[in-house]
Design a protein around this ligand. Structure first.
Ligand code: NAX
Length: 327
């Protein structure tokens, strides 16, 4: 029997948590032979803690063979103690009349202490995925607050956008999602993101050439992927939850166990593609041996360059708004 891996999930009583925890416990994220210990964080609020207990009762009632034990807590130092993987899902949603700057600030108040706790008590090899929005900038805040860890241990979730893009292209071309390869989502997990179909492939051929419809790419594909979150809220009355949990599972599984495909991940920029260091930027990556590598050598056309510049600008503005939190 393998040594159990410790997985922290914040916002564990929320709707993404409800779709995520059962799949982690059943082995879909870290492997069907990998025991796990769940360390679940919620706010101290009585209602949230009671709801968390209810979720833990249901986890108990699944009798998952791989779920070795779990803890529910409102203390970040307990939740992150010795964790190998931390999924930061809980975040402050935008309230009525809340400006973008206030939203960033309110999330700073969550991600600074959580990042600090991760730096102090998590495994030295911890892998962190930030799901809670604004995910890229929250990841930057946590990364900067976590002393003693490498920036490359902090990532933000672009995988839902990636998966959305795969399906849009598969449906347009009448192929299976498994035929669509080399998808990439550039920049921010927001409506400025740039989903790149020009370097994607469908059944071994260039996707943009196969689609052969620039108007569809610019006028349908890109906006559909960019605004899919809002479309889900409009249809369901609630934001994406099962698909977000699924993307989080995909992201961590591929990071830990490796993948033969390109995957989109928000990672600390390293100067690749002219994006200066200091923001968490969505790039196509390959993964192997527990590490990711940004795909190099992609040539962008002027259309793509303008889109990438716009999403970079947005991330730089977000960073400027919370610069005082980055120490
Ligand atoms: P919910 O409001 O259902 O759940 C969030 C939970 O987090 C709540 O139970 C809340 O009590 C808890 N929480 C808040 N602050 C906390 C803190 N400081 N410590 C621990 N727990 C805390 O939201 P849900 O639908 O689960 O979404 C969670 C986050 O994911 C939101 O920020 C949402 O915007 C974001 N999303 C990100 C996506 C991505 O692709 N990166 C897609 C889906 C989703 O919109």
């Amino acid at each position: 029997m393998k040594k159990p891996m410790r997985v922290a999930v914040t916002g564990a009583a929320g709707q993404i948590g409800y779709s995520l925890l059962f799949r982690i416990a059943s082995g879909e994220m870290l492997g069907k032979d990998q025991p796990v210990i769940l360390q679940l964080l919620e706010i101290p609020d009585e209602k949230a803690q009671k709801a968390l207990k209810g979720v833990m009762m249901e986890l108990d009632d699944c009798a998952f063979p791989l779920l070795q034990s779990m803890v529910g807590t409102s203390d970040a130092n307990v939740a992150f103690k010795d964790v190998d993987v931390a999924l930061l899902v809980g975040a402050r949603p935008r309230g009525p009349g809340m400006e973008r700057k206030d939203l960033l600030e309110a999330n700073g108040a969550i991600f600074v202490p959580q990042g600090k706790a991760i730096g102090e008590v998590a495994s030295r090899d911890v892998k962190v995925l930030v799901v809670g929005n604004p995910a890229n900038t929250n990841a930057l805040i946590a990364m900067k607050a976590a002393k003693g860890l490498k920036p490359s241990q902090f990532t933000a979730m672009m995988r839902l956008d990636h998966n959305r893009a795969l399906t849009q292209v598969a449906q347009k071309t009448g192929k299976a999602v498994t035929d669509v390869k080399k998808m990439s989502i550039w920049g921010n997990h927001s409506a400025t993101q740039y989903p790149d179909v020009f370097h994607a492939e469908v059944a071994g051929k260039n996707a943009a050439q196969t689609i052969n419809d620039q108007a569809w790419i610019e006028g349908t594909f890109i906006p559909t992927v960019q605004k899919r979150g809002a479309a889900i809220i409009d249809a369901r009355g609630l934001s994406s939850a099962a698909s977000a949990a699924n993307a989080a599972i995909d992201h961590v599984r591929d990071w830990v166990l490796g993948s033969s495909e390109w995957v989109s991940m928000g990672v600390p920029s390293d100067g690749s593609y002219g994006i200066p260091e200091g923001i968490i930027f969505g790039y196509p990556c390959t993964t192997a041996n527990g590490q990711y590598t940004i795909v190099k050598g992609i040539e962008h056309n002027d259309f793509a360059k303008a889109k990438i510049a716009a999403t970079q600008k947005e991330l730089e503005e977000e960073r400027a708004a919370i610069a005082h939190l980055l120490k």
